[in-house]
Each structure stands twice: as structure tokens, then as C-alpha cells.
Design a protein around this ligand. Structure first.
Ligand code: NAP
Length: 318
């Protein structure tokens, strides 16, 4: 067994399983595992926020899988992702966001999480990204299969594609217990008025939108509307696809960041977003375990107040 895999199994709570017995014990535990088995989650201080429609708590930092999880079966590609999931488990992160649009990502999430002792620890979110009722149902069934789920935690209409059709199916699926929550997503400011209408009509439990320190349209109307109407908010592209890091290359963090436990620019960018109370969870995408740990660190400690957030913005705008 490769050292990185062994390390991942240890992180994922599989310590003590002998190498020779690993395959047997592992597959036995998978077959016999009760669906609702809860994780023995390590105690962490990752902050949580409530999903307004249910009162369930979600950790404020999750994981996106666009590009990063679209890989083949080579160990060199999969091992870092195993470690990303193992570290996420250790740090208390839960939300994993995928989509049928992301190539092999759904399958990779499904396969790697099933190898872990507690796959039910995570909060699985994916999307429907097609037109027509039947095509939508077919695609969502495939997603359940690929992600190894009997029930999806959150099913979102990707980029609002044929959302009126899919929302009807999702309502029915929620009643029948195939999904737990309904959402819609987009990644451009031009979609925000339409998302706001959906929010104010109380059609969804979640919206997922673009919001970063250089892409702040959501904070004008959409996030306040979500807060007022009790809709949970997941933030995509929190680093504007990584481009934010270019703005601070070779720059030191201000000393006052210590007060907020900000130890990196990544945490600086994410804590700015989490300082907005309408935000339920941010989902930076990464295939790098060190970055995953860094990102999870943003969900710990004091969050910036409005005065501090203005100070943060000035630094980025400068
Ligand atoms: N319409 C939609 O529904 C929609 C649209 C866009 C995105 N999304 C979702 O939102 C997720 C996040 O958006 P995104 O992945 O496009 O962009 P992002 O999270 O803003 O940025 C991802 C980039 O940041 C880098 N990165 C991550 N953590 C880092 C850290 N701590 N330090 C330095 N670099 C770091 C990653 O590289 P490394 O791999 O090297 O860490 C990657 O290149 C997606 O994965 C997807 O799940 C949904």
C-alpha cells in the first residue's frame, strides 16, 4: 500500500487496520455499514451556521470540485484528493459541491468518500444541468449513483438551466426523500436579479452564488434578500478562481490580522466573506491538501466586523 494512502486511512479514522487485512475489513465494513452511520467526528472549532429552512447546522467552510476533482484513476491524481477529503474530515468540514458538468468529479467524490470509514459525515451537494423533466430525472439518478448516495443532501439547478421544470421535480423528490434540500446556482452578477426573485418567492432552501472581494455584487441586494427570506447561501468562486492571490503576491498580511486569527491571504479572503452573516458556507475549490487545511482555518476564530471588513477592502482595492 502506498505511503500516502496509508497516511490518508489514518487521517480518515481507519487507524489500526492491518495492511494485509485492510481490503477485507474495508469492503466488509462498507457492505454492512448502516446508511445513517454517523461519523465519530473529531472535535474541532470550525464555526457552523444554521440552514434557515431546517435549523440544521453546517460548517462555514466546504469544498468545491470543479476541475480539481475531474481526474482519472492514477494514484498521482487521486492520492492528493484522498488527503484533501481526509483533512476535511479531520478539520470538521462537511459540504462537498459537485455537478454533472464537472466531468468525472461526481464519480471521484463518490469513490473516494466510499473508501472512508464515515462517508455519511459529509454533506453532499450536486446539480441538475440539462433541459427537460425526463432528462433532469435521468441525470439526477446518475448523480446519486456516481456519488454513491441513496439520498442527496442538496440538489441544485445549475446556472438556472430550465429551473422552472426542475424545481417541480425537486419539490416532489424532497417529499419522497430522495433529496434533503433544494437549491439554485449561478456564477455571474447578471443572474442575481433572477436569483433574488426565486429567493423572495420562497422556492428554495439554498442559493449558490459568486461572491469574492473583487466580485461583490451579491452583497447589495441578493444576500440581504436571502437573509430576510431565510434562504441559506453557499458562495462559489470565493477566490475569483484563484485570481485574488495574484493581487497580493509578495505582500505581507497586516499585523492586525492576528486578532482575527488570519494567517494567510486565503484566510483573509474567506474571512471577509464569512464576515457577512447572510453567508452560510464558502466552498473554495482545491486539490491541494495544504490549501484545504488553510481554507478550513478561515472558519475558526473571530470573524471581521463591518469596520474591519471596510479596512480589508481598502487593502485589496489599493
Ligand atoms: N454555477 C455554479 O454552480 C458554479 C460556478 C463556479 C463554481 N462553482 C463551485 O464553486 C467552487 C469554487 O469555485 P472555483 O473552484 O471556480 O474557484 P475558487 O474557489 O475561487 O478558486 C479555486 C482556485 O484557488 C486555488 N486555491 C484554493 N485554495 C487555495 C489556498 N488556500 N491558497 C492558494 N490557492 C488556493 C485553487 O488551486 P489549488 O487546487 O492549487 O488549491 C484553484 O486554482 C467550484 O469548485 C464549484 O464547486 C459553482
Amino acid at each position: 500500500m502506498r505511503e500516502s494512502r496509508r497516511k490518508w486511512l489514518r487521517m480518515a479514522g481507519l487507524t489500526g487496520i492491518g495492511i494485509a487485512g485492510y481490503g477485507l475489513t474495508f469492503s466488509q465494513s462498507r457492505e454492512n455499514r448502516p446508511i445513517s452511520k454517523k461519523s465519530n467526528i473529531p472535535k474541532t472549532n470550525l464555526k457552523e451556521r444554521q440552514i434557515p429552512s431546517s435549523g440544521e447546522n453546517l460548517p462555514v467552510v466546504g469544498l468545491g470540485t470543479w476541475i480539481t476533482f475531474d481526474v482519472g484513476s492514477a494514484a498521482k491524481d487521486r492520492d492528493p484528493l484522498r488527503e484533501v477529503l481526509g483533512q476535511m474530515y479531520q478539520k470538521g468540514g462537511k459540504v462537498i459541491d459537485s455537478s454533472p458538468m464537472y466531468g468525472k468529479s461526481e464519480s471521484v467524490v463518490g469513490e473516494l468518500s466510499q473508501e472512508m470509514e464515515y462517508p455519511d459525515h459529509f454533506f453532499y451537494a450536486t446539480k441538475v444541468w440539462t433541459s427537460g423533466r425526463e432528462a433532469g430525472i435521468r441525470q439526477m439518478r446518475e448523480s446519486l449513483q456516481k456519488m454513491n448516495r441513496k439520498r442527496m443532501d442538496l440538489m441544485q439547478v445549475h446556472n438556472l438551466v430550465d429551473y422552472k421544470t426542475h424545481l417541480k421535480t425537486l419539490e416532489a423528490w424532497k417529499k419522497e426523500g430522495h433529496i434533503r434540500y433544494i437549491g439554485v446556482t449561478h456564477y455571474t452578477a447578471s443572474s442575481h436579479p433572477q436569483l433574488e426573485q426565486i429567493v423572495t418567492a420562497n422556492l428554495v432552501d439554498f442559493i449558490q452564488v459568486n461572491y469574492s472581494m473583487v466580485d461583490r455584487n451579491a452583497e447589495k441586494r441578493l444576500l440581504p434578500a436571502a437573509k430576510d427570506h431565510g434562504v441559506a447561501v453557499i458562495i462559489n468562486r470565493p477566490y475569483s478562481q484563484g485570481s485574488l492571490f495574484g493581487k497580493v503576491k509578495n505582500k505581507q498580511l497586516p499585523e492586525w490580522c492576528e486578532e482575527f486569527g488570519i494567517q494567510s491571504w486565503g484566510q483573509f479572503f474567506l474571512k471577509y466573506l464569512l464576515g457577512n452573516e447572510a453567508v452560510t458556507c464558502v466552498i473554495p475549490g482545491t486539490s491541494n491538501p495544504r490549501h484545504l487545511v488553510d481554507n478550513m482555518g478561515a472558519g475558526v476564530g473571530k470573524m471581521p466586523d463591518e469596520v474591519t471588513r471596510k479596512k480589508m477592502l481598502k487593502i485589496i482595492e489599493a
